[in-house]
Write a protein that binds this ligand. Structure first.
Ligand code: CTP
Length: 400
């Protein structure tokens, strides 16, 4: 079988050096990679490096090897084009269809999926011109991953860092796996909650649960790879931020509710994968609770937490918004799942069977997705990403 052909476009930003690692990962995992840097990218990393690491010739202009018509051929033959880093200038040229070098020509001739991984200073990323160019590219079906937050070129920090090459590689792998069709969640905003809430008893103790957050992160990653703008509300997961995703950290159920209500206002779909504590301690001790000699411990009085899923299902932010819940059941999975779907009022409920060694913290999952329309979609045992893809298939069907 032919190796998948990837064009790695590199534009002129300091993060160009990180593209070497992305290139390495792509070649080592069996992709044929053609690097197309812009002339400014070569100020940061030279052509010799790209050529040696890719095993292919490197050109920046359409005037090299003209007899091979590279400005058309490279794009036409690609299975995926990924531009990392994508500077503000490159995004602008791509959005406006300019074709003044080999990379922009390639972007116009490519009919395969295109991924942009922008990197620039926060002010540039937030500028309305850049926002509009990103929106244009996304509307046309390109996957534009959100930059990461952290240290920038100088002493400043903020949003604008190139995401970790390993994360960009994962996005590429998933986009390639989905084939050449346009991303079906392009232009959509989806909200995913992940992890488990913690309800504090005192400054050092809390009531929590065993949710790792991995299923929610898989949902966020796969939605981003399918072109969605993703807001991930992460409750106590300790997992690295996925590329191309806006992450909001929360602690308790009440904080999660606030974050959900804010994020869902313009969301097309909401997936509540977080394990939300149904109860919280009625009182919070400002100082650490101490044991007292000869005395029994004080009982912990619990009060109900708001049911976020039921609330957002009952009061949809706008008609047509798709709401998905998760249910962890230890027994009578189908009957309990159907009853919970009706009680919560959501469109889809992903029912997991859980137990001591099942689901929590593992890389794999098995589930039954129940639809309010009576449908049942069994999901065989497999990676959490596979379940995530099926959830998005069902969501995309309902959004159409
Ligand atoms: N959920 C929520 N708010 C809560 C509790 C749960 O939004 N206070 C959401 C979870 O994110 C999940 C779904 O509801 O998507 C199912 O949660 P689960 O705890 O299994 O359901 P419960 O209603 O608590 O049912 P039971 O305790 O009977 O299992």
């Amino acid at each position: 079988m032919d190796k998948p052909k990837v064009v790695l476009g590199v534009s002129g930003g300091i993060a160009a050096y990180k593209a070497c690692e992305l290139l390495r990962r792509l070649t080592e995992s069996g992709h044929e990679v053609r690097v197309v840097p812009t002339a400014s990218a070569l100020h940061f990393v030279g052509a010799a490096t790209w050529s040696a690491l890719s095993g292919n010739p490197v050109a920046t202009e359409v005037w090299d090897d003209v007899h091979e018509v590279p400005h058309v051929r490279i794009g036409q033959h690609a299975d995926l084009v990924v531009v990392a880093p994508a500077t503000a200038d490159l995004l602008a040229r791509a959005a406006h269809g300019l074709a003044d070098d080999l990379l922009t020509n390639t972007l116009l001739t490519a009919r395969c999926p295109v991924v942009f991984a922008p990197a620039m200073h926060t002010e540039m990323w937030e500028h309305p011109a850049v926002r509009e160019n990103v929106a244009t590219l996304r509307r046309r079906g390109a996957v534009v991953v959100e930059p990461a937050v952290g240290r920038l070129t100088g002493v400043d920090t903020g949003k604008g860092r190139l995401p970790d090459p390993a994360e960009i590689f994962e996005v590429c792998r998933r986009v390639l796996a989905r084939g050449v069709t346009a991303p079906d969640l392009a232009g959509r905003h989806v909200v995913v909650s992940a992890g488990g809430t913690r309800e504090p008893l005192d400054p050092v103790r809390f009531l929590g649960n065993r949710s790792s957050g991995k299923q929610g992160y898989a949902l966020a990653r796969t939605a981003a790879a399918r072109g969605a703008r993703v807001t991930l509300l992460a409750a106590n997961t300790g997992l690295p931020d996925p590329a191309g995703v806006d992450v909001v950290q929360v602690g308790t159920a009440v904080q999660l509710r606030e974050a959900v209500l804010k994020a869902v206002a313009d969301a097309d779909a909401v997936v509540m994968a977080a394990a939300v504590a149904d109860f919280r301690p009625q009182t919070y001790a400002a100082g650490k609770i101490k044991k007292k000699d000869g005395q029994d411990p004080e009982p912990v009085v619990l009060v109900r937490n708001p049911d976020i899923l039921a609330e957002i299902s009952a009061e949809r932010a706008h008609p047509g918004q798709v709401v998905v819940g998760f249910a962890a059941e230890t027994d009578d999975v189908l009957a309990n799942g159907r009853a919970k779907l009706a009680r919560k009022g959501c469109d889809l409920l992903v029912v997991n069977e859980v137990g001591e060694r099942r689901t929590f913290g593992s890389e794999e999952n098995e589930a039954l997705v129940l639809g309010a329309d009576g449908t049942e979609t069994p999901v065989p045992h497999g990676p959490k990403e596979a379940l995530a893809e099926i959830v998005w298939d069902l969501v995309a069907d309902r959004l159409r």
